[in-house]
Design a protein around this ligand. Structure first.
Ligand SMILES: C[S@@+](CC[C@H](N)C(=O)[O-])C[C@H]1O[C@@H](n2cnc3c(N)ncnc32)[C@H](O)[C@@H]1O
Length: 196
């Protein structure tokens, strides 16, 4: 297990109450709400690094068929309970996004707080998968926290908007960007894959 995975495992294992987890929010991010509304209850979605599944359950409650992926089983346990409480079906998968393989395609892929922690070699594996999994015309919502972890080793790696945009170009085109503060700087990106 990498230090990165260990950090998340210990955090979720220690958390009796998910609302105490540093990055937890019960509110789905604004750009995600907009996309889900526009999809009108149809489509397949993937939540990469779903954590306790707040956003996965939100998408399922709005009619999407959701796959939620996280490499920490303790996080998924929170998500499974949340889905049960909410009476929705979410397909939770314990896997590392940089290793996971699937032939499935998604109309919406969400990443809230996962990608921004990756070092370069993992970002490349991530990019390949993201582009394979996103359907033509599909949308990618990326939520990027702006603050680094106090130790500077694990938490968000600062990237500018231009760097993020360049990183996914030319296959993905940035269609919307929001900068907000939810206790911490929060950058929201909505990209679209060419093809529609
Ligand atoms: C900052 S948390 C955000 C959780 C959730 N998306 C949210 O917004 O509350 C990042 C999540 O990504 C997961 N994660 C990090 N690297 C991963 C990887 N390589 N594969 C799968 N999940 C990963 C962590 O376990 C953690 O749950």
């Amino acid at each position: 297990m990498s230090n990165f995975q260990l950090y998340y495992t210990v955090t979720y294992r220690r958390a009796r109450d998910e609302s105490k987890i540093d990055w937890h929010s019960d509110e789905p991010p604004r750009l995600l709400v907009e996309v889900v509304d526009a999809l009108g209850g149809y489509g397949r979605a993937m939540d990469i690094g779903c954590g306790t599944g707040v956003n996965s359950v939100f998408m399922a409650q709005h009619g999407l068929q959701v796959t939620a992926l996280d490499f920490v089983p303790e996080a998924l346990r929170f998500g499974i309970k949340r889905a049960q409480r909410s009476g929705v079906k979410v397909d939770f998968i314990a896997a590392d996004v940089t290793k996971y393989e699937t032939a499935d395609k998604y109309d919406l892929i969400l990443d809230s707080g996962c990608f921004h922690g990756f070092k370069d070699r993992y970002r490349l594996l991530y990019r390949e998968r993201l582009l394979n999994w996103l359907s033509d015309g599909g949308q990618y919502v990326l939520i990027h926290f702006g603050r680094r972890h106090a130790l500077g080793l694990i938490g968000p790696r600062s990237r500018t908007r231009e760097e993020i945009e360049d990183y996914f170009a030319p296959e993905l085109r940035l269609e919307n960007f929001l900068s907000e503060t939810w206790g911490k700087p929060l950058f929201q990106y909505r990209f679209r894959k060419a093809g529609e």
